[in-house]
Design a protein around this ligand. Structure first.
Ligand code: NDP
Length: 477
């Protein structure tokens, strides 16, 4: 399958097209993340830098020490029953064993990423792997990527099952058994890579024209300076840290939690199987579509800072897997109707998520020469200008799910996220953190993306929002 650039460069005569003209000054170089920091953004960033690590710590510790009750530790502290130091002193520390496991894990993923070129695309029909191109950066660069995430995921999981069923080098509960010591390792890597990325942005950027400096240290540290930091030709920070080690680990972590349930209770509950299956589909989908992922906001628009570096190392593996962790402490066996309801909601959400993303991908790849729901798609022609002054043309589709709402893919994602939470029953709030977080993340992402698109496309974006007035839920928002 051909690569699918999200924007197309047209000949010079096309550039003069009057009705596609935007105000060049307004849009030139303004897309990508912000150049200037308002007070609200700064306050949010400071809040996240200070509290996001504490939030992760809190969730993990309430599971380990309070049977997943979110309120009990607060009550203990407020009533003076316990002091912060009591909780901290009972927290497992960094261990040599965890450091070895984590180092081997990350090294193994680096080896799979850097040294084993993709072979999956040679025998899997429809899979796009191997060397692929990313989207045009604001400086007008098109990066090449080695897409081999599916292969890395398959090799890792084959080895995991080979160990579990044949070799028995380590217990499949290894991740659960070292969960908190591994948290410290993940934090060390997350902070190290974010700090390194910042220093690199100042002193030896991969592409100086794609760097952004706001002059605000905290904003730059959080949101990143470099757009696509790389070491050498192929080690791309964003692709590596976004996908591996965190997302490859996601399914392994869930398997380790299932193994722990088996060890503790002699069975794996249907809720644990549902969480493993639904999140497994999501992860596998991510790697199957890794080439498509090059065209998503993470790779196309976000710079690489703490938000991605620490977020991918710590936030994602620790908080996206809370349902499985919860089910180790509370093994919920759902009645058939509940389990089937969760499965249906999860699959419907996944279908909407995938089809919406697929429709945009197909539309952009064929430049609108395709069929969406059996008809030729409708769209709005638009244009934008990169930093070097080159004018590009693009199209915004108004057919299919993209005619229902401007981000119906997020709506499908949210339905799937709700299904993971509902699989855990209604006894505790903790597993519902994920749907609350995803709602905030995707709503914020939606607003952020729209702000960026508005700067990029100017009045063409206004025409698009008039044609598709709702963001996530038709008729509501
Ligand atoms: P989208 O895939 O929705 O991409 C948004 C971009 O698509 C816009 O910036 C614009 O880019 C282009 N676009 C917008 N409207 C149209 C249109 N009508 N027709 C054609 N192109 C359009 O967003 P994301 O990259 O955020 O998300 C990708 C997926 O990843 C989503 O399904 C989301 O749910 C999921 N996701 C999951 C997360 C998780 O943590 N689980 C986190 C983030 C995302 P351009 O500049 O090219 O015009």
């Amino acid at each position: 399958m051909a690569t699918h650039l999200s924007t197309e460069k047209k000949p010079a005569e096309g550039r003069k097209h009057q009705n596609m003209q935007n105000d060049t000054k307004a849009s030139q170089g303004q897309w990508g993340r912000a150049w200037e920091v308002d007070w609200f953004s700064l306050a949010s960033i400071l809040f996240l830098l200070m509290f996001a690590p504490l939030i992760v710590y809190y969730f993990i510790i309430v599971c380990a020490q309070y049977q997943c009750s979110l309120t009990d530790p607060l009550l203990d502290l407020l009533t003076g029953n316990k002091h912060l130091s009591d909780i901290w002193n009972s927290t497992p520390t960094l261990t040599y064993r965890a450091a070895v496991i984590y180092s081997l894990w990350v090294t193994f993923q680096v080896v799979l990423y850097l040294f084993i070129p993709d072979f999956c695309h040679k025998f899997l029909p429809g899979y796009v792997g191997g060397v692929q191109e990313g989207a045009v950066t604001p400086a007008g660069v098109v990066n090449k990527y080695e897409i081999n995430g599916l292969q890395a995921w398959i090799i890792t999981h084959v080895l995991w099952f080979a160990n579990g069923f044949c070799f028995h080098f380590f217990s499949p509960t290894i991740i659960f058994d070292n969960w908190i010591p591994l948290l410290w390792c993940a934090n060390i890597l997350g902070y190290a890579v974010s700090t390194f990325a910042m220093i690199k942005g100042y002193f030896f950027p991969t592409n100086a024209k794609d760097c952004k400096f706001t002059g605000n240290f905290f904003y730059d540290y959080m949101m990143g300076i470099e757009f696509n930091p790389r070491i050498g030709r192929w080690f791309d920070f964003k692709l590596f840290f976004n996908g591996r080690p965190g997302i490859v680990a996601w399914t392994l972590i869930n398997l380790s939690f299932a193994a722990k349930q088996q060890e503790l209770y002699g069975q794996v509950t249907n809720s644990m199987i549902l969480v493993n299956v639904l999140q497994g589909i999501y992860v596998l989908d991510f790697f199957w579509n890794e080439a498509w992922y090059l065209k998503t906001i993470d790779i196309c628009h976000d710079h690489f800072g703490w938000y991605l570096g620490w977020g991918d190392c710590v936030w994602l593996p620790y908080l996206y897997t809370l349902q499985g962790l919860y089910l180790v402490y509370h093994p919920v066996q759902l009645c058939t109707a509940h389990a089937v309801g969760v499965l249906m909601l999860g699959l419907l959400g996944y279908y909407i998520f995938r089809m919406t993303n697929h429709q945009k991908d197909l539309f952009r790849r064929t430049s609108g020469n395709c069929r969406i729901w059996g008809k030729k798609p409708q769209y709005i022609e638009c244009s934008y200008t990169s930093v070097d002054g080159t004018k590009y043309h693009s199209k915004l589709m108004t057919s299919g799910f993209w005619g229902w709402a401007r981000h119906f893919n997020y709506t499908g994602d949210l339905m799937g996220s709700l299904a993971y939470c509902l699989a855990c029953g209604f006894e505790h709030l903790l597993p519902y953190f994920y749907i609350v977080y995803m709602t905030i993340l995707l709503t914020h992402r939606c607003l952020r993306d729209e702000h960026r698109c508005s700067s990029k496309y100017g009045k063409d974006w206004k025409r698009y929002t008039a044609a598709v007035p709702y963001r996530l839920l038709p008729g509501i928002f």
